[in-house]
Write a protein that binds this ligand. Structure first.
Ligand SMILES: *[C@@H]1O[C@H](CO)[C@@H](O)[C@H](O)[C@H]1NC(C)=O
Ligand SMILES: *[C@@H]1O[C@H](CO)[C@@H](O)[C@H](O)[C@H]1NC(C)=O
Ligand SMILES: *[C@@H]1O[C@H](CO)[C@@H](O)[C@H](O)[C@H]1NC(C)=O
Ligand SMILES: *[C@@H]1O[C@H](CO)[C@@H](O)[C@H](O)[C@H]1NC(C)=O
Ligand SMILES: *[C@@H]1O[C@H](CO)[C@@H](O)[C@H](O)[C@H]1NC(C)=O
Length: 470
């Protein structure tokens, strides 16, 4: 059986215009509030939406549950809102082929776009951004396929939502939120290589902190990590990484080189336009994430995102790194460490991960061995050509990582080769005495996984992604 997926995302955007403060959001947003006031008055709430591929649902009737309902008012730097989660015991069927999370929210008044996360006992299942409300109110709903988290959802858990909102006399919007989970009974039996993990280990922060369960990465030397242990009968492991970028990094792809900033005495976010999230296992780089340029609902110009929100803004992508070839290093029953850093980061990146584990069906103790590891150092070049505030910068980067390893389980000895191959090119022009900025960026992010079984059949997962930002 071969599964292959090919994702092609295209993102076109008008050039980023702005004042000499470039994309400094505070000034930009205060101008936009004035524009918001002059919008045509609509008496009924506006429904916001993101254009996405619909979720493929079975024809069965779902069992639906309201998991959490809350008004997010003054929640900034307060503990996440918690709810007791119980599995769908009263549903007539107990075999589900699709599980869908539904976020429903209304808001009225004036408010910023707020990032939020949803965790099930520390495993992040949803990262998103709120829509910016209007005087007469807005409504939006987001549906996400959360079937891959099934093993968690069949047990009692603590459900947590962190949405840091601030309400005052100017920013009056309170987000009224309801979260449902819909369980669709299966039409046919499931199983095989593409089945979902049996166990998911959170690589996130403590639930009892006064904010999100994500790690906050504030600069290029900041390393955040978490220790974990796995059971001795794991035969497959995938690390799912969630990332989002904020404040100085909200439009990292438009940050100019520091040389340009210092020679013009500017005080804007810099460090150039390239970022990579580097994921390590016990100090060994196992994968990187060159993220999709999600523009939040308040980004560039909020009027662009009303009511159609930017790609990924209501459901930020997560990134899978197949680490099965490395199981030999972590099946020893000892504690190991996963850590994250972000190349050239400024304040702030929110990063965490989930370790999806597949357990041997016969409970056999598995064994693994890393056969080959290759990780090219990051190749990064920046060409600058400017005089005063005008000029252009070309930033190019590439990287490849390949892991090959074998795992012996009751399914036989399976050899897995997992590769990441990435390229990046960013062409940035500053014109009009720094009042015009054009960014033209392409990221190619290819992941492939080939697993060879004893009978020499090959299972493959391939993802070829191309992110264009213009
Ligand atoms: C980077 O961030 C970490 C974590 O906040 C902090 O401890 C460290 O001092 C920072 N380093 C620099 C060079 O700013
Ligand atoms: C930047 O500041 C320095 C020191 O104050 C000054 O000598 C220089 O002329 C300034 N450059 C520009 C482009 O404003
Ligand atoms: C730098 O930019 C100037 C003005 O656009 C152009 O004339 C010149 O050829 C560029 N130099 C290089 C090395 O690209
Ligand atoms: C950067 O990459 C682009 C796209 O691949 C290429 O056309 C260009 O020649 C590269 N420039 C440099 C300076 O490496
Ligand atoms: C990604 O895959 C596509 C399709 O096979 C290929 O054309 C492209 O060169 C690959 N890019 C990288 C960076 O590996």
């Amino acid at each position: 059986m071969a599964a292959s997926s090919s994702i092609f995302l295209v993102y076109f955007l008008l050039p980023l215009f702005s004042t000499a403060t470039l994309h400094s959001s505070s000034l930009y947003r205060s101008q936009l509030i004035t524009q918001q006031e002059s919008l045509p008055k609509s008496a009924t709430p506006i429904t916001f939406f993101e254009v996405t591929k619909p979720i493929k649902l079975p024809k069965t009737k779902p069992c639906s549950y309201l998991i959490l309902e809350h008004d997010f008012g003054s929640t900034y730097r307060k503990p996440p809102i918690l709810a007791n989660y119980t599995p769908p015991l009263n549903c007539p069927s107990q075999k589900f082929s699709k599980i869908v999370l539904e976020w429903r929210s209304t808001c009225k008044g004036r408010q910023f776009d707020r990032i939020f996360g949803v965790w099930v006992s520390g495993v992040e299942i949803f990262r998103s951004c709120t829509a910016e409300p209007t005087k007469n109110g807005i409504f939006w709903t987001v549906k996400k396929d959360i079937t891959r988290y099934s093993s968690l959802l069949m047990k009692n858990q603590i459900f947590a939502v962190y949405l840091g909102n601030i309400v005052d006399s100017t920013y009056t919007g309170v987000y009224h939120v309801e979260i449902f989970v819909h369980f669709y009974p299966a039409e046919v039996r499931l199983g095989g290589f593409d089945s979902v993990a049996d166990l998911i280990v959170p690589i996130s922060r403590n639930m009892h902190l006064n904010d999100g369960l994500w790690f906050e990465i504030e600069n290029s030397t900041d390393v955040q990590s978490k220790d974990f242990k796995i059971s001795p009968n794991v035969y497959r492991a995938v690390l799912e990484v969630y990332v989002s970028f904020h404040e100085n990094e909200e439009s990292w792809y438009a940050n100019p080189p520091n040389e340009y900033i210092s020679s013009n005495n500017l005080t804007i976010a810099g460090n150039g336009a390239f970022r990579e999230v580097v994921v390590s296992l016990d100090e060994m780089v196992v994968g990187v994430v060159w993220p999709f340029t999600v523009i939040y609902t308040g980004g560039v110009n909020p009027l662009f995102w009303r009511p159609i929100s930017g790609i990924g803004s209501f459901d930020l992508p997560s990134y899978d790194i197949e680490i099965t070839p490395l199981l030999g290093k972590i099946l020893d029953g000892n504690s190991h460490k996963i850590s994250f850093r972000v190349t050239d980061a400024l304040n702030v990146w929110y990063v965490d991960a989930n370790l999806h584990l597949w357990l041997d069906g016969k409970g056999m103790k598995t064994e693994g061995k890393l056969l080959k590891y290759s990780c090219s150092p990051l190749s990064l070049s920046v060409l600058t050509n400017f005089t005063g505030l005008d000029g252009s910068f070309i930033t190019n980067a590439s990287r490849s990582i390949t892991l090959t390893g074998m795992v012996k389980s009751s399914y036989g000895t399976i050899t897995t080769k997992s590769s990441q191959s990435l390229s990046y090119s960013n062409y940035m022009v500053m014109g009009n005495e720094g009042n015009l900025q054009i960014v033209d960026q392409i990221i190619e992010f290819n992941d492939t996984v080939y697993a060879t079984t004893p009978s020499s059949s090959v299972h493959s997962l391939e993802s070829f992604k191309k992110y264009l930002f213009q």
